[in-house]
Design a protein around this ligand. Sequence first.
Ligand SMILES: Nc1ncnc2c1ncn2[C@@H]1O[C@H](COP(=O)(O)OP(=O)(O)OP(=O)(O)O)[C@@H](O)[C@H]1O
Ligand SMILES: [Mg+2]
Length: 456
Amino acid sequence: MQLRELPIPDSFVLPELVEKQEEPYFEGAANPQKTHRRYEAMVALHETSLHIIAQLDTYELLDTLMERGALLLNAQASTMFLFERTTQTIHNVANYNNWCDWANITLRPGDGIIGQVILTGKPIIMNDYSPLLHISDAPLLPELTRKMGAPLRWQNQIIGGVIMTRDFQSQPFDDEDLWLLGQFADLASIAVKNAILFSQVKQCSAELEQKVDARTLDLSRAKEEIAAQAEQLRSLLAKTIHIQEEERSRIARDIHDGALQLINAVRYQIQAAELVARQDLTAAAQDKLLAARESLDEIEEELRDAIGNLRPLSLDLKGLGPTVRGYVSRFQQLCGIDCTFEISGAPMQMPLNLQACIYRIVQEALSNVTEHAQATAASVVFDYQPSMIWITVDDNGSGIDAELCSREVRPNGNHFGLLSMRERAKSLGGDMDVESTPGCGTRLRFWFPINCGESE
Ligand SMILES: Nc1ncnc2c1ncn2[C@@H]1O[C@H](COP(=O)(O)OP(=O)(O)OP(=O)(O)O)[C@@H](O)[C@H]1O
Ligand SMILES: [Mg+2]
């Protein structure tokens, strides 16, 4: 529709305002035919006003409105124009039964009947339009040459005008027609204003929607970027954990194959020295050698403890359950916290890296209990379910801060224990959950899928 392509006029003002058209004298009582016509006109006007109220999208209304206007005034054609004050131009916006294409025609105040209506702000009848035929508002002229126009007003400003056209065979327009056109123009003004407001609202909401869409896009891009960075960090951490484990194993092996073998060699050398010296050894020298042997035993024990912490060799030798049981019992002795270890369900074979991961998690969780919980009791439970293992570490201590309990545990300053436990779990397809009530202890739960086909 033509109106949609037109710019919305920002304001329509002519400095000189016109008085309202007086109601003409009707010979209603004496002329029943005219009374009937006026009655019909009032009904049609009423219907028109109802139509305007009922329509929301008034763009569609304007053409229909012009058709109603033409029927109301027994005109063959009708046209509506808007006046744009900033450019002082007049544009066609709606038509009924028009024979000429107004799309590219721009008029100015004073041009043709519509230009006169807008310039003077007064309704005009021209029952013989031929003297004005040279004017640009009648580019193609058929025999329709009776014209009548009235201004459209909004809040005392001229915003445009409507023109009704009849052919020469029809009745000339008269004062009664002019009065009716004035009434119709008042209704049409409301419709036009509605159309403009509606268009502005639509434009604003379209712009708003565009902005919301753009912002939503920005946000989702930022979210994707953050997610990608988080994923990168996660895989970096998983790699770091893996490298750390490998490094620990290497150091454990080095100590085992290097320092422990040297200790054994020193033991043999002491023994050999004793054999060589035999009776020549004084009691004092024998005491010294005994003390040297005991020191070697102590060094060996400490080194074996260090190896155990670096790489629990008993995982390879005894498996996860017995290794954790041993660790829990040492923990109990060293820390003085009553700690139990239970297994429910049928233990399953697990790959060695999963066993090492679970062992480290238990170590880290119990180390937190000693460092932070002020607990008197703790427990570790392994629950084997089909294709899953659940690990629960409980304590009856002070509980963890609510923020640290949230699912996405973030590193807090230099505190990486909870984060690294979660990342360890995630790196093997599992996850971690923290439950804690201040003053009533903490429960850490981990779960891992177990692929029964995989061997240790
Ligand atoms: N079992 C627990 N009971 C009470 N508070 C705990 C417990 N476990 C952790 N916390 C609290 O959560 C914080 C974070 O623990 P996390 O293991 O992440 O770091 P950390 O132990 O302080 O340092 P890191 O483990 O890096 O050496 C701790 O500082 C402590 O306040
Ligand atoms: Mg910790």
